[in-house]
Design a binder for this molecule. Structure first.
Ligand code: USQ
Length: 398
């Protein structure tokens, strides 16, 4: 298949490109290189050294013996994206090109507006460009499990059957997200549904849990041209990735509040496996489908204990610390989402999570000095009540 990855330079994008190339697909990638600027704005950098995109692409072509067409630009530039799709003629488009951080969207009014404009406007341009230039392509849109929030009900995959005043219908499951970033994904879901219903596009909205890890079967973490980035700052580092970076420098693991928050998690290798499965099994024209994508649900306290045990097995001294939760979220709650559709397509979840965490720690240990040099970025001081003001100007804005 011809697969176009928007956001190819990011954590998932570069890992996915190598996974898809190894499966024989022909690829193009688009990126505006904003992620590197946002992390620098947070006073940090990737814990794992990564090469610049042109060097990554040259090594990719040498390794896979296949060309990688690169488009450097922004989804907010409508003509650019329309012309890129018209030229490449993709069968599938994987959309990873959004600002992915909840805390970043909550810094102040400017960051909130930037997040919503960048994500919702860019995704809308992509839908419109598909309508104009690639109407039969399949959009694999990265959504988030966070769209649903934490209702006191089981969470289905996108839709559920409702009975109201004696009548029944299948309706979208309510979305109650906990950040202005997560809300952008809700807005995207509505726009994508509309594009399928009215324009006949086809799309898979992937409600992905929190991803962690440094490896896939096709990714070498010690080669900067193959490795994918691994962030640990308060905005772009996600829970397990942050805990592992903290463990390798002897920093206490920062569990927010009681740590009873439960989320779906999945290793990077499962994320690329599921995105490939979605591409290779497209829906019918006009169909909008939703996949919940995670390996298992865990609470944050359990995950910190898992990292502590894995670190201690490697001889590290690891302390778990409960600190004030900077976010507004429920600490103890019911959480039971479905995840059947990807299993039906052949998703084989990684069983050995502890092994995955141990591998991560081993990959991060040689880079402990890089993490230590940016340890101030580990401290969460962006609060949902708006009490944090940015100390630096917005970086990489569109
Ligand atoms: N948390 C801690 N300590 C930390 C970092 C996080 O206790 O040092 C807690 C948070 O309070 C939260 C949970 O861990 O309850 C998850 O936080 P996270 O930063 O790992 O992930 P989140 O903000 O939910 O966002 C991440 C990605 C986002 C994606 C989402 C999937 O950044 O792009 O959409 O995971 S999901 O969580 O399923 O919505």
């Amino acid at each position: 298949m011809r697969i176009f990855i928007a956001g190819i330079d990011g954590y998932l994008g570069w890992a996915l490109a190598q996974h898809l190339a190894a499966r024989g697909h022909t690829l193009a990638g688009l990126d505006a290189m904003l992620r590197r600027d946002w992390v620098a704005e947070m006073g940090s950098e990737s814990a794992i050294p990564i090469a610049l995109l042109p060097d990554r692409a040259a090594a990719f072509q040498a390794r896979f013996g296949a060309s990688l067409t690169l488009y450097r630009g922004n989804l907010l530039d409508y003509d650019f994206i329309r012309l890129a799709l018209a030229e490449f003629k993709p069968d599938a488009i994987v959309h990873l090109a959004e600002m992915p951080s909840a805390p970043y969207s909550m810094i102040d009014a400017a960051h909130a507006a930037f997040t919503q404009h960048n994500n919702v406007g860019g995704s809308l341009n992509l839908l419109w460009a598909m309508k104009e230039a690639a109407p039969s392509a399949h959009l694999v849109k990265l959504g988030t499990m966070g769209e649903y929030g934490t209702p006191n009900l089981d969470i289905p995959e996108g839709f559920f059957e409702v009975e109201y005043r004696g009548r029944r219908d299948i309706l979208p499951f309510p979305r109650q997200p906990n950040s202005l970033y997560h809300l952008t994904k809700v807005h995207d879901s509505h726009n994508t549904t509309f594009a399928c219903r009215v324009w006949g596009l086809r799309a898979t909205d992937v409600m992905q849990g929190v991803v962690f890890g440094t490896r896939t079967d096709t990714l070498a973490a010690d080669d900067p041209c193959s490795a994918t980035r691994l962030d640990f700052d308060q905005c772009f580092g996600t829970a397990i990735n942050r805990f592992c970076c903290q463990a390798v420098i002897g920093h206490p693991l920062t569990v927010y509040g009681s740590g009873g928050m439960t989320r779906g998690f999945l290793p990077l290798r499962d994320s690329v496996q599921c995105l490939a499965l979605a591409c290779e099994n497209p829906p019918a024209p006009g169909e909008y489908r939703v996949f919940n994508q995670f390996e298992q649900t865990y609470n944050i306290k359990q995950l910190a204990e898992m990292v502590k045990a894995a670190g201690e097995a490697l001889g590290l001294a690891v302390e778990v610390q409960h600190i004030e939760n900077p976010r507004a979220e429920v600490g103890e709650h019911y959480y039971n989402p479905d995840r059947q559709k990807l299993l039906d397509l052949g998703y084989v979840p990684t069983i050995d999570l502890t092994g995955e965490v141990r591998q991560m720690l081993a990959d991060l240990l040689p880079h402990a000095d890089r993490i230590r040099a940016h340890r101030a970025s580990l401290i969460p001081d962006i609060r949902w009540d708006g009490s944090k003001r940015p100390s630096q100007p917005l970086g990489g804005g569109a």
